[in-house]
Design a protein around this ligand. Structure first.
Ligand code: HEM
Ligand code: HEM
Length: 179
């Protein structure tokens, strides 16, 4: 197969930030139960345990950092203008772009709703934060399924039926990167 994605790569920085955000998001989800407990303690005006204090500090700080990195990534994306897949039909490319934008918006929404609950005390924002958590999980699930469905071209001796095999995954893994 001719490689039609030549020259349309994510930079090393873009790839590093992509995987860093994945790790940071996993941390947010791992902290969800103690974070709920810490918030409940704050709302009932109990004295926080050291652990609750640490969880609240890490969850809020990490969440704000994730949002900041996403804004940074948005900037990098605008400059580098990488095409989604490179060899997609215009309609599919548009779909992938909308999907990527929805990931940005949802992550930023998590930051905003979390902050509105934690700093401003808007109770309903806690509910939005919880809906957002499920929305983000579904979007990332679709994202991973989509990414993996592209298969691994290098080293693959045969292709499973119906599984496309191209360089989309490599573009984010970095094996084909220019820089
Ligand atoms: C195991 C988890 C993940 C895998 C395997 C994966 C894989 C990929 C791949 C292969 C691409 C390149 C697609 C293209 O050619 O355009 C990509 C792009 C992207 N991924 Fe992921 N991803 C994962 C997790 C995440 C998570 C958790 C987020 C949440 C923010 C995310 C957000 C994005 C975005 C926004 C893009 C578009 C490029 C950009 O704007 O930087 N990914 N991902
Ligand atoms: C940007 C990424 C973020 C993610 C992925 C995330 C994820 C989560 C998750 C999964 C929960 C458990 C929700 C539940 O089951 O009800 C939670 C709870 C919570 N998060 Fe975040 N969070 C993020 C950012 C933030 C930020 C920036 C703040 C505050 C400044 C914050 C404040 C809270 C609070 C106060 C809770 C306790 C319960 C509630 O409000 O519903 N989060 N977060």
């Amino acid at each position: 197969m001719e490689r039609s994605t030549t020259g349309i790569f994510y930079t090393t920085l873009q790839r590093r930030l992509h995987w860093l955000v994945l790790l940071m998001l996993i941390a947010q989800y791992l902290l969800q139960v103690p974070m709920r407990a810490a918030m409940a303690a704050i709302e009932s005006q109990e004295t926080l345990t050291l652990f609750q204090y640490l969880v609240a500090t890490v969850h809020t700080g990490n969440g704000i950092s994730i949002a900041a990195i996403m804004i940074w990534r948005w900037q990098l994306r605008r400059r580098a203008v990488p095409l989604a897949g490179g060899n997609l039909t215009p309609r599919r490319e548009k779909l992938v772009r909308v999907h990527h934008v929805s990931l940005y918006v949802t992550v930023l929404g998590m930051m905003v709703t979390g902050a509105l609950h934690y700093y401003v005390g808007i109770e309903a924002a806690g509910q939005w934060h919880e809906w957002g958590k499920w929305l983000l999980l579904v979007l990332v699930g679709v994202h991973i399924a989509g990414a993996l469905s592209h298969g691994v071209r290098h080293g693959a001796h045969h292709e499973a039926p119906g599984v496309r095999s191209d360089t989309v995954l490599q573009r984010m893994m970095g094996r084909d990167s220019l820089r």
